[in-house]
Design a protein around this ligand. Structure first.
Ligand SMILES: [Fe+2]
Length: 306
């Protein structure tokens, strides 16, 4: 694979308090150099003779490839984060920040705080969206090769010295302030809109129990809180409950192997929730048997552990 240089997105001469010389040096000497090294390493990996090279040297090349690939991705995002006036966060993004950080101000304090914490060292500060959790999060990455798996960065602040030393010397906080004054919020907003379209990981599915409905711990908690009558049956195997004496509030333990003995004590007019240790096999099987016998039974996902 041959990686292509992305054009410099921001117009260096339009930035407020960050010189064109700094941006151009950063783009050519750091981003450009990383891209060239990435291409060289990819070629080296492609041409590797596996019969004549050690696994250690392959691992080293793959580590370098990851750091360089991530460096190019983050630098492209960094340059694409600049070019605005940093002032107004668009409404959709502002309400997402209020939801996930408390307010735009709190987001800003956290983001800038992380950056100041990195001053004198190096790394990245990223605002990322995590599809699994449906939320934004600020992330510190102390190297090019660290980021949250599955998260989608939408704003990047480069805290390597090369990103500010030419203009600001050791005064990293002046650089951070200048960065904040140049954020292109409308571009960040478009990236956020793209990020939230990414589907979360598909739910884990137990194919053999696909037709048995489940209920979450939170839903059960709500039922208990609202005073809904519900029969909660802990069906952890006997050998397991002997070890773990704690039992969920509101639940009664019943031996899953002796279902015939206790099924008659259950009411058909009230819902039944069953669970085992992790909410897999036994809890599902019990719920399935109870449903066949005409009970409104569901298994609690995550089980006793959840
Ligand atoms: Fe950089």
């Amino acid at each position: 694979m041959r990686y292509q240089l992305a054009p410099l997105y921001c117009r260096p001469w339009t930035l407020n308090g960050i010189s064109p010389r700094l941006i151009e040096s950063h783009y050519e000497n750091n981003y450009g150099a990383a891209l060239n090294r990435l291409n060289a390493i990819s070629q080296e990996i492609e041409q590797l003779d596996f019969s004549d090279s050690s696994d250690q040297s392959l691992a080293r090349l793959k580590r370098d490839e990851m750091a360089l690939l991530n460096s190019t991705l983050l630098h492209e995002l960094y340059f694409a984060s600049l070019g605005g006036d940093g002032r107004v966060v668009p409404d959709t993004l502002a309400s997402a920040m209020a939801r996930d950080f408390g307010s735009v101000d709190r987001w800003r304090q956290e983001f800038v705080g992380i950056a100041n914490g990195l001053a004198g060292g190096s790394g990245w500060v990223l605002l990322s969206y995590v599809p699994r959790d449906g939320r934004l999060i600020n992330q510190l990455a102390s190297g090019h090769d660290q980021s949250i798996a599955g998260a989608i960065p939408v704003l990047a602040l480069d805290m390597y010295e090369h990103a500010y030393h030419l203009d600001f010397g050791a005064n990293a906080s002046a650089y951070i302030a200048a960065f904040m004054r140049n954020i292109d919020w409308s571009a960040v907003m478009l990236r956020y809109e793209d990020a939230i379209k990414v589907a979360p990981p598909r739910p884990l599915e137990q194919k053999q129990f696909a037709d048995v409905p489940s209920i979450s711990v939170e839903e059960v908690r709500q039922m208990l809180k609202s005073g809904t009558s519900v029969q909660i049956i802990d069906t952890r195997p006997k050998h397991y409950t002997a070890k773990a004496q704690d039992i969920m509030e509101g639940a009664v333990w019943r031996d899953p192997e002796r279902l015939d003995d206790w099924i008659g004590t259950l009411s058909k007019t009230e819902p039944v929730v069953t669970f085992c240790v992790y909410g897999f096999h036994i809890g599902c099987e019990t719920a399935s048997t109870l449903r066949k016998a005409g009970f409104d039974a569901r298994y609690m996902s995550g089980g006793h552990f959840a």
